[in-house]
Design a protein around this ligand. Structure first.
Ligand code: C2O
Ligand code: CU
Ligand code: CU
Length: 860
């Protein structure tokens, strides 16, 4: 099953009247789809959401008012007919509170442009030409007389909108009145403005006529006794059959089949039109032949000359690539060694039927070469930004659209700055890929040192450019960094050809093979194809035996819930930062962006030639879905006849000690919440409402803390902390009572799949997720953030500073300078969070000084 969903195709279907049938000789019932619908926003007065999947009506959390607009073409109803019943049904997919919504007849025309606020639909996106906005009937030049729309003050029909996942229906005499007016005066049919409760929080989200689920789109049902006979009318261009009067049919250039003929069975000849084939090419033919060719007929699109066919890629036609292993410039390969790694621009073919794609990668490959490292044996790397244009000049622009409203590009503009972070590595701050140390093409990093004083684990390196991470990683800047150790070597687990890293990433392509990404920052990016190790939906030939797969979700926003197509079980043997105590049998596993697990799949029991798919069932955004495309296929395993590794897995993999809660010297709460950003004019995610440069966490070196992720939303956030590895303690429901986070359930232990060392955790929706960790190894400034790259790039990323006890000037407690800095900070009553505030209550009292004096000299 392929999942390439492009707006043009669906819109073309959605805009047509879909059914027409005669109930008896006289009464006719039509069910009609909207020809236009959109939302206007009073706090984003030039924003639109024409092609978005939803319509909002009412007042939001943040006090913004939304109104909907919707129009149906009813010219199939002959003027002078008698409408006997009518109803408008709209599907509610999200609800805030009660909301009585009236249908007000618009008194002027308005438009629906191509804007699509996918991901930020509740706030809209920049309007496109012909969009209706709060100010415009047709953006950018034609305005309403009254901002918010020109419409009849009185709604002839209103109804209390229903709750989530149910249908709201307007019907009755008022609706018949409106339709009768339009039937007799078609030039006055400007549709309705949907206006609800605008005084209190009330917003309802309806599915629009652009929603991917066709049967949840708005539907108008009208039953009438026609004033003149009607019959089947075959329309030109589309070849569609609709019930119309003879005169009306002929005026449209249609073919009238005769009075009282019907569309079922369909008397119309098949129309010739654009048929999009699987390889992205197009032929003009009839629908039945298109089906024979395995193509997709574009109803409503007249010819290939005017149609852009979606890219439809066949799954499982390319072999899975295995990234090469990086070669050091000095030292011991796979041990203590020094590397020089360049970021360059190149093209690479990502699917059999795609032209080569322009990418960025490390040392000319996507994914980058795998760095093989051993515990205790330091690796050093100089990372070079050598991104150049096709003419060989150092790049001064990005290949993808930059959003200069974001922190980073607001200063660097389009310059493609980069910096490399080894995710999960314990390093000093200057080797950690601090986004503030991003550098432009032509420059290189200082020597980054990775001591590898950590457990055997699947780490990865990726770009961390300030405000550009989502774009740079999307371009291809990612690779594996594997740490091995003697304890793992001693285990009899699959290795060599039976140990395979798999990085899973979603992308969207244009027919020319180029990567597609949103024009401006959006809350999420969900591609329409899944790549593993840089190939779209690849296959891997597997021998009959066990394989260790090192799974990495390297996607920007997409979560994956992975399972095998035959529902077989597999063993999980590790989490992000190391081996589990023992193999854990699972039938599915969910990975949020940047989470890793190593799993062992046993192919011993399969027949030669069997094909098993690795499938995904996670919705996007995770877990609620609704903004997909949702993609099922990931990759395929093809069983060959040879025998592979059939040794049993060891029952014990490592000893794992839980960190007792009693070790924690401090607990911190982090509220994860979406808030309106006045500067950029949209919602964005934040941590405790603070920004990157607001540093308020100063964990003391070599102490243990508990951090609670309080997720005030319906979306999972993969929260990642640099420097540390942590353990997940538990999760708990909460409610916000009078502004206070109030737990409402017992704490629940994490599932077995999370009971190991981790560095990225699913902060589950509307729950408190607690992690415990020890701040050791290095002191200094480190990032922590959500690993949905779109969130991270737009302020869901902050910093903490690991400090020594008594180290007021952050240079370690080595000299009397600390004491004098402390004394002067204390005297000046400097702000909370500064070096002198030892009991973390602000420097407000003498307690700090005495704590300080007691600690001085006992430091790190
Ligand atoms: Cu994988 Cu700061 O990130
Ligand atoms: Cu990291
Ligand atoms: Cu997030």
């Amino acid at each position: 099953m392929l999942h390439s969903k492009r707006g043009g195709w669906l819109l073309a279907m959605g805009a047509a009247a879909v059914v027409g049938c005669a109930l008896d000789a006289r009464a006719v019932t039509l069910t009609l789809r909207a020809v236009a619908d959109t939302t206007i926003y009073n706090d984003n007065t030039t924003g639109g959401n024409g092609l978005g999947q939803h319509i909002f009506v009412g007042r939001t959390n943040n006090g913004g008012v939304r109104r909907g607009a919707i129009r149906f073409e009813i010219d199939q109803i002959p003027p002078g007919s008698t409408i006997t019943s009518a109803s408008l049904a709209m599907f509610v997919s999200q609800t805030q509170a009660a909301n009585t919504i009236g249908l007000h007849r618009a008194t002027v025309s308005w438009g629906e442009g191509a804007s699509n606020a996918s991901g930020t639909e509740s706030t809209g996106t920049t309007a496109e030409v012909n969009d209706a906005t709060w100010l415009h009937r047709f953006y950018p030049d034609t305005f309403w007389t009254t901002p918010g729309g020109d419409f009849e003050a009185v709604a002839n029909v209103s109804v209390a909108a229903s709750g989530t996942n149910s249908t709201t229906t307007w019907s009755g005499a008022g609706l018949i009145t409106d339709l009768t007016v339009w039937m007799n005066n078609p030039a006055q049919n400007f549709g309705w403005i949907l206006k609800g409760n605008e005084a209190t929080r009330s917003a309802k989200r309806f599915n629009s006529s652009d929603h991917l689920t066709v049967n949840t789109r708005p539907l108008l049902t009208v039953t009438f006794t026609p004033s003149v006979p009607m019959g089947a009318c075959c329309l030109p261009v589309t070849g569609e059959c609709q019930l119309r009067s003879q005169a009306n049919c002929l005026s449209l250039g249609g073919n009238y089949s005769g009075d009282n003929t019907t569309c079922a069975p369909n008397p119309c000849p098949e129309p010739v039109g654009a048929c999009c084939l699987n390889n992205g090419s197009c032929v003009d033919t009839v629908p039945s032949n298109c089906t024979t060719l395995g193509g997709m007929f574009r109803y409503g699109a007249s010819a290939c000359a005017t149609v852009a066919c979606p890219v439809v890629l066949t799954p499982f036609v390319d072999a899975l690539p295995i990234p090469s292993v990086a070669t050091p410039v000095s030292g011991v390969p796979s041990g203590a060694a020094h590397y020089e790694i360049e970021m360059t621009e190149f093209t690479q073919q990502l699917h059999r039927d795609l032209p080569p794609t322009r990418l960025w990668g490390y040392n000319g490959t996507y994914p980058g070469p795998t760095i093989e490292a051993r515990a205790g044996q330091p690796v050093t790397v100089v990372w070079k930004n050598n991104l150049r244009t096709t003419t060989g000049d150092l790049r001064t622009t990005h290949l993808l659209p930059i959003d200069t409203c974001l922190h980073g590009p607001d200063a660097t503009g389009g310059l493609p700055v980069t910096v490399v972070h080894v995710h999960g590595a314990k390093t000093d701050p200057l080797s950690d890929g601090d986004p503030d140390l991003s550098f432009p093409p032509g420059q290189e990093s200082p020597v980054h040192t990775y001591p590898n004083d950590q457990l055997a684990s699947t780490l990865w390196y990726h770009d961390h450019g300030l405000g550009l991470t989502r774009l740079n990683v999307y371009m291809g800047l990612a690779g594996f960094f594997l740490v091995r150790d003697a304890a793992e070597d001693a285990l009899n687990i699959p290795r060599g050809e039976y140990e395979v890293p798999l990085v899973i990433q979603d992308r969207t392509f244009a027919p020319d093979g180029s990567l597609q990404y949103h024009q401006d920052w959006q809350e999420h990016f969900f591609g329409d194809t899944v790549l593993v190790n840089g190939k779209v939906w690849p296959y891997l030939n597997v021998k009959k035996g066990k394989y260790r797969f090192r799974l990495l979700n390297g996607s920007n926003s997409r979560a994956y819930t992975l399972s095998l197509s035959d529902a077989s079980v597999f063993n999980q043997i590790s989490t992000d930062q190391g081996l589990l105590p023992g193999p854990s049998l699972l039938s599915s596993i969910t990975l949020l962006p940047s989470e890793r697990v190593d799993i062992v799949i046993d192919f011993a029991g399969y027949e030669t030639g069997e094909e098993i798919e690795l499938l995904n069932t996670a919705l996007s955004p995770y877990p609620a879905g609704g903004q997909g495309p949702d993609i099922e296929n990931v990759m395929q395993f093809r069983v060959v006849s040879a025998t592979g590794d059939q040794d049993p897995l060891p029952g014990v993999l490592t000893t794992f000690q839980t960190i007792p809660e009693s070790q924690a010297v401090r607990s911190r709460m982090f509220e994860l919440q979406s808030q309106f950003d006045v500067d950029c004019g949209h919602e964005r995610w934040r941590i405790n409402g603070l920004l990157w440069d607001d540093i308020t966490e100063f964990p003391r070196f070599n102490t243990t803390e508990i951090w609670s992720w309080v997720n005030r939303s319906n979306v999972s956030h993969p929260m990642h902390v640099h420097l540390v590895s942590f353990q997940v303690l538990d999760r708990q429901n909460f409610e916000v009572v009078g502004g206070v986070i109030t737990p409402t359930s017992a704490r629940v232990l994490p599932p077995a799949s999370e009971r190991g060392w981790k560095d990225t955790v699913n902060a589950t929706p509307n729950q408190i997720t607690r992690v415990i960790m020890r701040f050791n190894g290095f002191k200094g400034l480190f990032p922590y953030h959500c690993h949905i790259l779109e969130h991270e790039d737009h302020e869901m990323m902050r910093q903490f500073r690991v400090v020594c006890v008594g180290d007021a000037n952050y240079d370690n407690v080595t000299n009397a300078a600390d004491l004098s800095v402390l004394l002067s900070q204390w005297n000046q009553q400097v702000l909370p969070g500064s070096g002198a505030d030892f009991n973390h209550d602000g420097i407000v009292n003498g307690a700090d000084l005495s704590v300080l004096l007691g600690w001085f000299g006992t430091g790190c």
